[in-house]
Design a protein around this ligand. Structure first.
Ligand SMILES: Cc1cc2nc3c(=O)[nH]c(=O)nc-3n(C[C@H](O)[C@H](O)[C@H](O)COP(=O)(O)OP(=O)(O)OC[C@H]3O[C@@H](n4cnc5c(N)ncnc54)[C@H](O)[C@@H]3O)c2cc1C
Ligand code: SF4
Length: 482
């Protein structure tokens, strides 16, 4: 253990972010570089407690405790405190294929389970993780390391999000020849076209893709499996196939007026924006929020990314409608440590909106009932009213409208950010591939499935874990064939 008294001497501090006013003027990342001394002090706060719940990664009462990929957090906190950065990187790489992604975008369930959090503020784990890997790149310690021998087996991975990439990385390290098929024009899945640039600069995604390519993974873009090439064809051409196609079917809101122009799914908006940014030219599918009143339906993280993007476009106003009540300020009795604390949070988009317009953009317990449409068929507003959550006869909470609370929010742009219902099925359905949540296999011996496609919309860290587990299942299968 590095410093027994570290957690008493040093207060938790998080890495500084650029001010809301300055950062909404561009698309650069929010966080500023952290000085080494700061990181060492924060690392010294780790108690290396007997049972480190931060890296447990187990499900308990349906909730994950700590880091889903079992990052060896106490070990690298201690190594950072001692200034042994290269060894810290070596320990980090044992469990996490892409710490530069999780170190930027993970909500850090590890910090919710940190033992220091029982009596004070948890260790700044996520920022230390990001700093270790960035130090590795800066020092040139991370170099392409192709496998020394090849197994002679080939695997097709369909989909290039974090699940597909971690799966491909693991299979390639095991010596199998991997080809990743991606329908988009760029590799990265939601790392590339979902999460906005200010949270994860696309240069870091491309840096990792280039590294994987230098290690021998082949990437085929603009190739939709199920239409251009079928899963059956892939399965006969390769020894195994792993499907990592994500869960990208958006939840719709079929209320009167839905057919009006100016109403889009969040991903159409976010995707077009990143694509225009990267292509550096104007695109026909680009949706601008400039000078518009924007209503975002959905108070989650995707909605927050829409708020932040609309602010950067120069929107006239922005409101985020959420049907659920606001979470409590403190952990409730049925949500004890070391579970992830389900408490009210203000994310970067809300902070920026409050800075620009003077208040948090979220309105809670609001249910939209109608889109107001103008004489040109364009959306002009969203009619919504308050709800009360009441238990029904089966004990389930359901929203009940509160009479007399309807109001109309002006909107020339409405973004639907209410989550995703599941995977698009073309890669699997046409050839009758089915699976359950029990493992990573399917009803076909040489076809595997992982990531959001298997578990539903989740987090980058879970997708990395899924890709690793599916790679293990696939490798076991390949070892058994003659
Ligand atoms: C807007 C947004 C913001 C998010 N922000 C965060 C965040 O800050 N932190 C976090 O941890 N998580 C975040 N998430 C969730 C996270 O991005 C996902 O859980 C994660 O990317 C899932 O990884 P995946 O590899 O399973 O799927 P995806 O990343 O969805 O990748 C699937 C890939 O498969 C491709 N594909 C699909 N069908 C085919 C086909 N038939 N042929 C070829 N290719 C195909 C798709 O084009 C896509 O590239 C966010 C999600 C969204 C939507
Ligand atoms: S991947 Fe996420 S949960 Fe795991 S150590 Fe990093 S920030 Fe924490």
């Amino acid at each position: 253990m590095g410093k027994p008294t570290g957690f008493m001497e040093h207060q938790r501090q998080t890495v500084k972010q650029r001010s809301p006013g300055s950062r909404t003027a561009d698309w650069q990342e929010l966080q500023l570089p952290a000085p080494e001394r700061f990181l060492q002090e924060q690392g010294a706060r780790c108690m290396e407690c007997g049972v480190p719940y931060c890296n447990m990664g187990q499900l308990y009462q349906g909730m994950a405790l700590g880091c889903p990929i079992g990052n060896l957090i106490p070990e690298w906190n201690d190594l950072v405190y001692r200034g042994q950065w290269r060894e810290a990187l070596r320990r980090l790489q044992l469990t996490n294929n892409f710490p530069e992604f999780t170190g930027r975008v993970c909500p850090a369930p590890c910090e919710g389970s940190c033992t220091v959090g029982l009596i004070g503020e948890p260790v700044t784990i996520k920022s230390i993780e990001a700093a270790i890997v960035e130090r590795g790149f800066a020092e040139g310690w991370i170099q392409p390391a192709p496998p020394k021998t090849r197994s002679g087996r080939t695997v097709a991975v369909v989909g290039s999000g974090p699940a597909g990439l971690s799966c491909a990385d693991e299979l390639n390290k095991a010596g199998h020849q991997v080809t990743v098929y991606e329908r988009d024009d760029r590799i990265g899945g939601l790392l590339m076209y979902g999460i906005p640039n200010m949270k994860l600069d696309k240069r870091y995604v491309q840096r990792r893709v280039d590294l994987l390519a230098a290690e021998g993974i082949q990437f085929v873009t603009n190739c939709e499996v199920g239409t251009g090439v079928t899963t059956e064809e892939l399965s006969s051409k390769h020894d195994a196939v792993v499907l990592c196609c994500g869960a990208t079917v958006p939840r719709d809101l079929p209320i009167p007026g839905r057919e009006a122009s100016g109403i889009h799914f969040a991903m159409e908006y976010l995707r077009g924006n990143t694509q225009q940014l990267l292509d550096d030219s104007s695109r026909a599918d680009f949706i601008s929020a400039a000078d518009k009143d924007v209503v975002i339906i959905g108070g989650g993280d995707t909605g927050t990314d829409c708020v932040a993007t609309a602010l950067r476009h120069g929107c006239k106003s922005v409101v985020q409608l959420e049907i659920l009540p606001e979470s409590p300020r403190e952990r409730s009795a049925d949500n004890p440590w070391p579970q992830w604390p389900k408490i009210a949070r203000s994310d970067y988009g809300q902070e920026e909106a409050a800075h620009r317009f003077g208040s948090d953009p979220r309105d809670y317990q609001m249910m939209s009932s109608e889109f107001v449409v103008d004489e040109n068929g364009h959306v002009a507003g969203v009619k919504a009213g308050q709800v009360r959550w009441e238990r029904d006869a089966d004990g389930r909470y359901t929203p009940k409208p509160v009479v007399g609370t309807d109001k109309v929010y002006a909107a020339q742009l409405v973004l639907l950010a209410m989550g995703f219902t599941g995977p698009e099925s073309q890669a699997a359905e046409a050839v009758g591939i089915t699976w359950t949540r029990d493992g990573y296999g399917t009803n076909q011996a040489n076809v595997f499935v992982a990531g959001d496609m298997r578990r539903g919309q989740s987090l980058v860290v879970w997708a990395i874990d899924e890709g690793r587990q599916a790679a293990q299942a696939c490798s076991d299968f390949l070892a058994g064939i003659r």
